[in-house]
Design a protein around this ligand. Structure first.
Ligand code: TYD
Length: 196
């Protein structure tokens, strides 16, 4: 099973990835937890380039995330799924569609098409969107902001709206969760939604 977590920075995805992994492992499932950008040595290098450099042109940004994702699917996600493991990925294709496609204005369809090409059509069975208002998300970001986190509230508002739109476009895999609830309660809801 392939599961992704999506949401604004500060929505609690990373905590939920960890809590879900613990629960599934207790069920006896082999779990691989990973994140984007990252998950492979090349992906981690791309992460550095895209999050910690100076100005990056919008299509360069989209292409760098896509390059990291292509490597991630090839080296880690697909092999894990093929041996029967469950993969929990903190951000995936939908992050690029929301951030680069919609918030940066490159176009939902074009960024989705690029990403479907690089992952050879691999989409998750379940995507959990952790919803949280923009002000609260900004308040939860750490002290050292990366290049994307330094964007303004207008950008974050567009990302939040983009995720809503994606949830409506892909109702068969999206579950929208209240990201302001207690972490353990959210984890129970996600675990329950998987039929466990
Ligand atoms: P993330 O790992 O969630 O941030 P952190 O480690 O700081 O919690 O993601 C890093 C940033 O990259 C985040 O602001 C969202 C952005 N991003 C995109 O813009 N497009 C993408 O395709 C991905 C995967 C992330």
């Amino acid at each position: 099973m392939f599961i992704t977590l999506e949401g604004l920075d500060g929505s609690g995805k990373t905590t939920q990835a960890r809590l879900l992994a613990t629960r599934l492992e207790a069920d006896g499932v082999e779990v691989v937890t990973t994140r984007e950008p990252g998950g492979t040595p090349l992906g981690e290098q791309v992460r550095d380039l895209v999050l910690h450099g100076d100005y990056v042109a919008p299509w360069a940004e989209a292409a760098l995330y896509a390059a990291a994702r292509a490597q991630h699917v090839d080296q880690l996600i697909r092999p894990a799924l093929e041996r029967g493991a469950t993969v929990i990925c903190d951000r995936y294709v939908d992050s690029s569609v929301a951030y680069q496609g919609i918030a940066r204005g490159l176009g939902l369809e074009r960024v989705l098409e690029l990403n479907l090409a690089v992952v050879e059509g691999l989409l998750p069975e379940h995507t959990f969107l952790l919803e949280i208002d923009v002000a609260r998300a900004a308040g939860r970001m750490g002290a050292e902001l990366d290049r994307i986190e330094r964007e303004d509230d207008g950008f974050r508002t567009r990302v939040a709206a983009a995720y809503r739109k994606l949830a409506g476009m892909f109702p068969e895999r999206y579950v929208v969760v209240d990201g302001t609830a207690a972490p353990e309660a959210i984890a129970e809801e996600i675990h329950g939604a998987l039929g466990r």
